[in-house]
Design a protein around this ligand. Structure first.
Ligand code: SF4
Length: 445
C-alpha cells in the first residue's frame, strides 16, 4: 500500500459537476464475513450528521488498521439510486439474513474524520472499548475516513521483528534479573503484544514506565479499570508500584541505547502516575544523575498541579495532558474526577509551561462532539489562554452513539463542522501549534 508523504494528503477535493465516486457500503454476516453492498454507499456519521463516503474523502486503509463487526447494530447506508439514507437490518441480496455494520480501528497517527454510521437494535449492549471509524470499499480495496496527523512509524509492527524483541528480553533479563518493571514489560511485549514494550526491548523510540495502580478519575472509557457492567477492560493494570531504582534501571537502559529516545510515565496498563508522584520524583532525580540524554515524559490527567511542579523541578521534560473536551461540563461528564476539578488540570498546564516544560494535549477525538462549533470555539479560546505546544490527536475508544448522547446531556452539541475543517482552521488560527500523535523527543520540541 502506498503511504502518504508528510505534508501531502491522499484526499483530493471533489470537483463540481462530477459524479461522486461513492464507496460501496460494507456489512458483515453473523459469522463475521465482511462483504460489500453494491448500489449502497458507505456512510460516515458525526452526531446526527450523515455523509456518504467517496474515494475523494477517504484514504486507503492504513497499514495495521483492523476491521470490526458491530454486534447488536444495524448499518446505515446511502441508497445511490434513491439518493436517501436508510438502515439495512437484512442483506438486500439475501432477504432474511441479518447484517451488521463494519467499522475500522485505525492505526496510530490517523484521526477519525467520521465514525461508522449505525443504529442500535433493541437491547443492544455497550460496544467494546475501541474507536469505530467509518470505512467502505473502493478502488479495489478498503478505504478509511481519516486524516493523517503523524507520519512516524513508531508503532509499526513491521519494524519490530520478534527475534529482536526476544534478544532484548534475554539481554535485559541478564542485566536486571530482579527488576519487576522489566518483568512486567516482558509480559506486555511477549503476551499482550504491546508495541511500546516491544520498542523498549528492541531499543527504539519510546519506552513505557508504568508505575501506578490507582487513579483519581473514573473515565467512562478507561481501558484498565471499569465498574460499568457490560464493558470489559482491554488492558490489565500493573499490580505493583516499581521502586525508583527499578524505574531508573529501565529508563537509563533505554536512554543509553537510544540517546534521543523518550521514556514515558502514564501507560494504558496503569492508573494515573501522579498518584505515585514521590516515586516518580525520586526516579527522575536518579535518572538525571546518571544521564542528561533522552526525554522524560509524563502522560497524565494532570490533576495535581503541585506534584506536576515538583516533577518538572526534578528534571521532567514534558507532559501530555489527557482531555476529551476543553469544556468543563463535557470533561467532567467523561473523566468523572474524584477530588480535583478541571481548574486543577488547566493549572497544571500553566505550571508545566512556567517551568519550561513541553505541553501537549492528548485530545480524545469523537466526530459529533470534537468537531461541533461549540467545542471548536472553546478549543480556540483555550489555546489562546493556555500555553499548549502540541495537540496529540487520539481517537476516543468508546461507544460513539452513547458518547454523543452523554455529551449532549452535559452541554450543547450542534451540527458538526467536520474534522478536516477543524484541523485546517486550527492550523490557520494557531500557526505555531503542532499536531501529531506520538510524544516527541525534546530535540523536536
Ligand atoms: S485518567 Fe487514565 S487511568 Fe485514570 S480513569 Fe482516566 S483513563 Fe483510567
Amino acid at each position: 500500500m502506498a503511504r502518504n508523504r508528510p505534508g501531502k494528503s491522499q484526499r483530493t477535493t471533489h470537483r463540481k459537476n462530477q459524479t461522486p465516486r461513492y464507496l460501496d457500503a460494507l456489512a458483515a454476516n453473523a459469522s463475521g464475513e465482511i462483504f460489500e453492498l453494491p448500489g449502497y454507499a458507505a456512510v460516515g456519521m458525526a452526531g446526527h450528521r450523515l455523509v456518504p463516503l467517496t474515494s475523494d474523502t477517504t484514504v486507503a486503509m492504513p497499514y495495521g488498521s483492523e476491521l470490526m463487526l458491530l454486534p447488536d447494530r444495524i448499518p446505515l447506508v446511502f441508497n445511490i439510486r434513491k439518493k436517501t439514507f436508510q438502515s439495512l437490518a437484512d442483506n438486500p441480496y439475501e432477504p432474511g439474513q441479518p447484517i451488521f455494520p463494519v467499522a475500522i480501528f485505525n492505526s496510530p497517527g490517523y484521526v477519525n474524520a467520521m465514525v461508522c454510521a449505525y443504529e442500535e437494535r433493541p437491547g443492544a449492549g455497550f460496544l467494546p472499548l475501541f474507536s469505530y471509524g467509518a470505512a467502505g470499499w473502493g478502488q479495489g480495496g478498503f478505504r478509511s475516513s481519516v486524516i493523517q496527523v503523524d507520519w512516524e512509524r513508531r508503532q509499526d509492527l513491521r519494524l519490530m521483528p520478534e527475534d529482536q524483541v526476544h534478544d532484548g528480553v534475554k539481554r535485559y533479563r541478564a542485566a536486571f534479573p530482579k527488576n519487576r518493571l522489566r518483568e512486567h514489560l516482558e509480559h506486555c511485549a511477549l503476551v499482550s503484544g504491546c508495541p511500546a514494550a516491544k520498542n523498549f526491548f528492541i531499543g527504539r523510540c519510546e519506552a513505557p514506565l508504568p508505575s501506578s495502580r490507582q487513579c483519581n478519575a473514573r473515565c467512562l472509557g478507561c481501558i484498565s479499570l471499569q465498574n460499568e457492567p457490560g464493558i470489559s477492560c482491554c488492558q490489565e493494570r500493573i499490580s505493583f508500584t516499581p521502586t525508583p531504582d527499578e524505574i531508573r534501571e529501565v529508563a537509563t537502559a533505554h536512554i543509553e541505547k537510544v540517546p534521543d529516545g523518550v521514556v514515558s510515565f502514564g501507560q494504558g496498563c496503569e492508573g494515573d502516575p501522579l498518584m505515585v508522584a514521590d516515586v516518580l520524583r525520586e526516579s527522575i532525580i536518579d535518572i538525571r544523575k546518571q544521564t542528561a540524554n533522552g526525554t522524560i515524559n509524563l502522560n497524565s490527567n494532570a490533576s495535581l498541579p503541585g506534584q506536576v511542579e515538583r516533577l518538572f523541578d526534578s528534571g521532567l521534560d514534558s507532559i501530555r495532558v489527557s482531555m476529551n473536551s476543553v469544556r468543563e461540563s463535557c470533561y467532567t461528564a467523561y473523566f468523572r474526577p474524584n477530588g480535583y476539578t478541571f481548574d486543577h488540570v488547566t493549572e497544571s498546564i500553566r505550571v508545566a509551561a512556567k517551568k519550561g516544560g513541553h505541553v501537549a494535549l492528548n485530545y480524545l477525538n469523537c466526530p459529533g462532539v470534537t468537531d461541533t462549533p461549540e467545542e471548536f470555539e472553546s478549543l480556540c479560546r483555550f489555546l489562546s489562554d493556555h500555553p499548549v505546544h502540541l495537540i496529540q490527536w487520539r481517537n476516543l475508544n468508546y461507544d460513539p452513539l452513547r458518547y454523543v448522547s452523554i455529551m449532549k446531556q452535559a452541554d450543547s452539541q450542534s451540527e458538526s463542522l467536520g474534522m478536516d475543517r477543524v484541523l485546517s482552521q486550527l492550523k490557520k488560527r494557531f500557526p505555531a501549534l503542532k499536531h501529531g500523535y506520538f510524544n516527541p523527543p525534546r530535540q523536536r520540541f
